[in-house]
Design a protein around this ligand. Structure first.
Ligand code: ADP
Ligand code: MG
Ligand code: MG
Length: 206
């Protein structure tokens, strides 16, 4: 519901604040060392504007979040996360969503990222955390898991997917310019995606 959406977005902002240096370190190895700053800038702006988001549904909050990310975050991750949150939000237009509905909304978010970034699983991007997280969320929801259970399964799968990016060679984004030298490093965007799903799990459990 709308209160949970607000709390989730705030929890993401807190996680990006806490892990800004980690994200920047990861991006300095295979990118341009701005992923921590990008995510921090984006979600700080969202947290600051959140009280003024006059949304009537959870989806409204998430769609506003996406629009703001697009407008304040440069680089690849701004438009990609912005699109993910806008698509997720647009798919949640009722006051409350059950876990199966939320799973389908998460799928809309992933489709948005895929359409915009044209990356597939295995390309060493945020998709490598998002896709397994969605699959785990769906499986849990389909077997009767509540939001807390499905989100915890999704967060675990996202973290596993994040770690699985280490041996991959990047085929999209700046890291792909490094070719084989991108192997052996964890993808920054997969790491921020894992933080976003962990924030959801923590919010749903509270
Ligand atoms: P930039 O690379 O423009 O500096 P960021 O550092 O904020 O942007 O974000 C980099 C992250 O964006 C990468 O670690 C990767 O996960 C993600 N990314 C880059 N290109 C794509 C793409 N085409 N599709 C999905 N994710 C991508
Ligand atoms: Mg970067
Ligand atoms: Mg950049």
């Amino acid at each position: 519901d709308i209160a949970l959406a607000r709390t989730w977005v705030q929890a993401i902002a807190a996680a990006m604040d806490k892990h800004k240096d980690l994200l920047t370190q990861l991006d300095s190895a295979i990118g341009d060392a701005d992923h921590g700053a990008n995510m921090h800038r984006g979600f700080s702006a969202v947290a600051a504007e959140l009280p003024r988001f006059e949304a009537k549904t959870a989806g409204g909050i998430l769609a506003r979040t996406g629009a703001l990310l697009i407008s304040v975050v440069g680089g690849a991750s701004g438009p990609l996360y912005g699109t993910a949150f806008r698509s997720l939000g647009k798919a949640l237009d009722a006051p409350r969503a059950d876990p199966a509905t939320f799973a389908e909304a998460l799928a809309e978010g992933l489709d948005g990222v895929r359409r915009l970034g044209a990356a597939a699983e295995g390309d060493k991007t945020m998709i490598d955390a998002y896709a397994p997280a969605l699959a785990a969320f769906r499986t849990s929801a389909a077997s009767g898991g509540d939001l807390a259970e499905a989100s915890a399964a999704a967060a675990d799968a996202a973290e596993q997917g994040m770690r699985a990016t280490v041996p991959m060679q990047a085929r999209k984004g700046r890291a792909s310019y490094l070719g084989a030298r991108s192997v052996g490093h964890q993808d920054p965007g997969a790491t921020s995606t894992a933080l976003i799903f962990r924030a959801l799990a923590d919010t749903a459990a509270a």
